[in-house]
Design a protein around this ligand. Sequence first.
Ligand code: PGA
Length: 249
Amino acid sequence: MARKKLIAANWKMYKTPQQAQAFARAFRPLISKTRHEIVLCPPFIDLAALGAALRGTKIKLGAQNLFWEPEGAFTGEISAAMLKAAACSYVIIGHSERRQFFGETDDSVNRKLRAALQAGLAAIVCVGEQLAEREAGKTEAILQRQCEVGLRSVPADHARRIAIAYEPVWAIGTGRTATPEIAAAAHLHIRDQMTRIFGGEAAARMRIIYGGSVKPENAAALMAEEEIDGALVGGASLDPKSFAAIVNH
Ligand code: PGA
């Protein structure tokens, strides 16, 4: 089954609207020939400016988070409908930094995912084990729990709008990448979970992408693995040349 690769930039808390626009100007001509699906996920405050700078291109816009309620007295939060109105087609859910610093759980991931899908967004759901969990041999159990709870009660016909990002926490921002073999083994395990949840046909179409210190130097080897359907890129996505080199790996 040939799956279109998904390569997403997670800018985290970097770039002002002006900097986002400058990125778009420099980046657009560098990837004009790509056949992959490209998504840029800037801070909320940049969505309008970046959306305008990407108009007329195939590059998609994504957010890094959302709240599950449609509207209400939730100071500081942003709804799925607001993201749609800001021209987002994607949203990242359950990034390990949100789990670590902002109290997100598999349960909140599930509520956010269902709200995003219901609003018509596509979601990149992040899963991944911490170093101590890997060393204790718990990687598979952790991934299974994150998938089972995170995707609970999601109808199978929404599966095509879900990508899973396998991001081992020990590889994020550390310069320490999972080897292609380690990543591919985790991806296989995640696809087994998707098969159990959604059935084989839907699971075979889902993209499972890798994140954690993806760089121009390691992108080709990672994405040569049949089970690695793309990348979620943090640090190396902030520079247009470096992110373009990953896209054109
Ligand atoms: P990194 O971040 O590429 O800087 O390791 C990846 C991520 O957090 O999504």
